[in-house]
Design a protein around this ligand. Structure first.
Ligand code: NAD
Length: 274
């Protein structure tokens, strides 16, 4: 099965479907990533704060795949923001990952109150110019924070990775991203499992003979989102990858977009943990 690529605004292709490893311990990440690569995923999303960069990197190295066959994302943690701090933190991530570059480096949260994300992004530009990150982007950025990065660095981040699932379709941010050529990457795309029980989703899934998780992932793909579901269960890892053999109608996409719900994670406008 071939996963389509989304072309980022710097020309770098990112697989539209990848695999996330939040809340997976380091050893478990090694196993889960190995399984995901075996099934066919070619994009892996980790972060310094997940404490599983080492296991993730080992699984990639042991997979038998060439490094350039896997799109690897990691993220800078909040306490590492600032120009010099970022350069140091990035060295640590590369060392744990056991690689000399990442495909995508993201600022994990803007931490608006700390107000260091513009300087942090300038350090990201240096890392990218050195060839140690193929693309640079952000996560959990508000429209206001995106505007400041664009205005003050003259560069538009390639990606904004945000909480997005049925019940939180993020229409305003998706419209801003579309206008500025920023790819929308959806975290907690399955609502951490919560969205799977919604009656609209179970009905749409049944109509296509697929599972609720597959129907939701298909909804993301048809909206144009890059999506990174997580599971440590081999059957689910395979199930979440098997989403290219059916298509939702425009009406089904609209019905899933209208499912009621709310944010599960912190609100980026007020999340100031360091
Ligand atoms: P998710 O929406 O991918 O849900 C994962 C959970 O859903 C699993 O733990 C399991 O309980 C359930 N599940 C998965 N597949 C299933 C299936 N086929 N059938 C039934 N249940 C299934 O949630 P997530 O892990 O929070 O998000 C995915 C990834 O996004 C993370 O692993 C991480 O890489 C990234 N993420 C990023 C941020 C950020 O701040 N940038 C925050 C959270 C997550």
């Amino acid at each position: 099965m071939t996963v389509p690529n989304v072309k980022l605004n710097n020309g770098t292709p990112i697989p539209q479907l990848g695999f996330g490893v939040w809340q997976v311990p380091d050893d478990g990440a090694r196993d889960a990533v190995a399984e995901a690569l075996r099934v066919g995923y070619r994009s892996i999303d980790t972060a310094k704060v997940y404490e599983n960069e080492a296991g993730t990197g080992r699984a990639i190295a042991e997979s038998g795949l060439a490094r350039d066959e896997v799109f690897l994302t990691t993220k800078l943690w909040n306490s590492d923001q600032g120009f010099d701090e970022t350069l140091r933190a990035f060295d640590g991530s590369l060392e744990r990952l056991g690689t000399d570059y990442v495909d995508l480096y993201l600022i994990h949260w803007p931490v608006l109150e700390y107000d260091r994300y513009v300087d942090t992004f300038k350090a990201f530009q240096r890392i990218r110019d050195e060839g140690r990150a193929k693309a640079i982007g952000v996560s959990n950025f508000t429209v206001e924070a995106l505007r400041r990065v664009i205005d003050e660095t003259g560069e538009t981040p390639t990606v904004n990775q945000i909480e997005l699932h049925p019940g939180l379709p993020q229409d305003e941010l998706r419209a801003f991203h579309a206008e500025h050529g920023i790819a929308t990457e959806a975290w907690s795309p399955l609502g951490q499992g919560e969205s799977l029980k919604d009656p609209v989703i179970t009905e749409v899934a049944a109509a296509h003979g697929v599972t609720p998780a597959q129907a939701i992932l298909r909804w993301h793909l048809q909206l144009g989102n890059v999506v990174i579901p997580k599971s440590v269960t081999p059957a689910r890892i395979a199930e979440n990858f098997d989403v290219f053999g059916f298509e939702l109608s425009a009406d089904e996409v609209a019905r899933i977009s209208a499912v009621p719900g709310q944010r599960i994670g912190p609100d980026p406008a007020t999340f100031n943990l360091r």
